[in-house]
Design a protein around this ligand. Structure first.
Ligand code: HEM
Length: 532
């Protein structure tokens, strides 16, 4: 009954919350309001009550388990929890929390208690295997609701097979072989999207997602699809379409989601495109591979992501081998797009806007391009390795672009941190990413704060205590070598061949957030004027 004692004690958080609510003049008007309320008002009150009761029951359940819970940051506001502090003063608030509550503490965000980690504890949470702290059960399902789009089978392939294929087909050692494919994609992207002398893109995000789609498809899926506009569009826009539905799902209670699903942005059209083109291609490729095998010959097909999926062997508990079906492979390609396009285009957006906001950095980049790749020399993997400024700049793009808070992994079991704090099963564990990258949230959070020399020639693809943007440990992003190569080749190619500016001519604001804590891109329209 310890938990009940805690509930009744004067200094219990709930007691404080009740006292606070009682002091509000609004409390006295509640009865009045109920008598006069419209249906909408009652909905609002009902939702608030539901959230409060939900949190109360979760609180009682946790106390009953006698876990060594992290400290709960006080001053959570009724209904809003700590969301408003994050919206209006994210850096100050998070730095205050870190200073007063250490590396692990609880905040209430959007009606839910979330355990926030920083420093070594964030690293520890990132390194914990996903059967204990799961990204898939966290942000992927809880926020993005990818499970509304795909069957469990496809989700499973995305979570278990795609990471191992990525490790096999796009490791750092194979990056030089991807240069021609990326270059081919870059040429296609520029011909299609930047084909005029002057090209204005009002929505830089959609433009860059398409750009990354063109750039990635030849290398990851195959040259055969490099100019297939349906495949490129689906590859590029799938994640954006999934994300568009997120605000709706955030505000509609979960038990009502199935009723709104038929009315939301339809993402199944992308699945249809993949089934239309990829599935027949897989059948044909397997036929050819079979014939070659019968003739005792080895095939020489490029080992890209698609080929990796085609050849992947499933072995059941009796040792019987099988392969993924053409339909399973088609859907898995969308899972690759999901992991790769949005992340890459977001960081490319940051890179372009940093260079527009900081002409001094652009001058340093142009000088390095001219020195390492004089007279428009073709980009090579070796040349990229020599470009120290570009490496440092790219690393800083990723450090600066990290969320203040990324809500992320869900505890699949009760989890104990090395410092003894415990989180109950079902709790979401978030990451104070900027704190890990910079020591706190305020450091270098300004235009002048972008300083590539602070990366000290450390490789952009290597995680470090001050660089967690690709995660860490067993589940560290296996696509990071490919993504970095794409971003670096794009920056060189675009700034070498185009004069780029904002449509307004004003310097852009590079660091932007949603709700104060999630990093987002700059939306200023971009103008690309071909130099030749
Ligand atoms: C700049 C671009 C990118 C960023 C910032 C990024 C970031 C991340 C992060 C933070 C994770 C989670 C790591 C963890 O759970 O510890 C992750 C996982 C993953 N990423 Fe990336 N990523 C990028 C590009 C890509 C690309 C291009 C691909 C594939 C072509 C890719 C494939 C994956 C996969 C398959 C996983 C799951 C790994 C696992 O569960 O073991 N990513 N990425």
């Amino acid at each position: 009954m310890d938990y009940l004692d805690t509930l009744i004690r004067k200094n219990a958080p709930i007691h404080k919350a009740v006292e606070l609510i009682q002091k509000f003049p609004v409390t006295h008007k509640l009865t009045d309001m109920y008598n006069r309320s419209s249906r909408n008002e009652l909905w609002l009150v009902g939702t608030a009550t539901f959230v409060t009761l939900y949190n109360l029951s979760a609180y009682i359940k946790e106390k009953r388990q006698k876990l060594n819970l992290p400290p709960a940051v006080p001053f959570g506001l009724p209904l809003f929890g700590h969301t408003l502090y994050l919206m209006f003063m994210p850096q100050k608030f998070l730095d205050w929390c870190n200073k007063n509550y250490g590396e692990v503490y609880n905040l209430t965000l959007q009606g839910k208690v979330v355990t926030i980690t920083s420093g070594k504890s964030a690293e520890e949470a990132f390194k914990t295997k996903n059967t204990v702290l799961s990204l898939d059960q966290g942000i992927v399902r809880d926020v993005l609701h990818l499970d509304y789009v795909f069957s469990e089978e496809t989700m499973d392939i995305g979570n278990h097979i795609n990471p191992s294929i990525a490790k096999a087909v796009i490791p750092s050692t194979k990056m030089s072989s991807y240069v021609p494919g990326i270059q081919e994609g870059l040429n296609n992207a520029c011909n299609v999207l930047l084909g005029e002398k002057t090209n204005t893109h009002q929505d830089p995000n959609r433009f860059l997602q398409n750009f990354v789609g063109y750039m990635s498809v030849p290398g990851l899926v195959g040259h055969e699809f490099g100019l297939n506009t349906e495949i490129i569009n689906s590859f590029a826009n799938f994640t954006g379409d999934v994300i568009q539905n997120v605000p709706l799902f955030m505000f509609v209670p979960k038990f009502l989601h199935k009723f709104v699903l038929p009315y939301v942005q339809q993402v199944s059209k992308h699945e249809d495109v993949m089934l239309k083109y990829i599935a027949p291609f897989v059948r044909e490729r397997r036929e050819k591979m079979k014939l070659l095998e019968q003739a005792g010959e080895e095939h020489d097909y490029v080992q890209n992501f698609l080929q990796g999926l085609i050849e992947y062997e499933l072995i059941d508990e009796n040792g019987v081998k099988s392969h993924l079906s053409p339909e399973q492979i088609s859907r898995s390609i969308l899972m690759v797009a999901f992991a790769s396009v949005h992340t890459t285009s977001t960081n490319l957006n940051h890179g372009i806007f940093w260079l527009l906001a900081r002409p001094d950095l652009k001058a340093l980049l142009m000088e390095e391009i001219e020195r390492v790749l004089p007279n428009n020399a073709p980009i090579t993997h070796a040349a990229l390795g020599q470009m120290k400024f570009l490496n440092n700049f790219t690393r800083e793009i990723l450090r600066q672009g990290a969320d203040h808070l990324s809500t992320g992994k869900k505890a699949m079991v009760n989890f104990t941190f090395a410092n003894g704090y415990q989180v109950p099963k079902g709790r979401v564990v978030g990451f104070n990413m900027r704190q890990v990258n910079f020591g706190d949230n305020s450091t270098r959070y300004s235009l002048e704060g972008m300083d590539p020399s602070m990366s000290f020639n450390k490789l952009t693809t290597t995680p470090a205590k001050d660089f967690i943007s690709f995660g860490a440990g067993k589940h560290i992003c296996p696509g990071r070598f490919f993504a970095i190569q794409e971003i670096q080749m794009s920056l060189i190619y675009l700034f070498r061949n185009y004069d780029i500016s904002t449509a307004t001519g004003k310097p852009p604001k590079v660091l932007n957030t949603i709700a104060g804590y999630m990093s987002t891109t700059c939306d200023d329209a971009l103008v690309f004027t071909r130099k030749d």
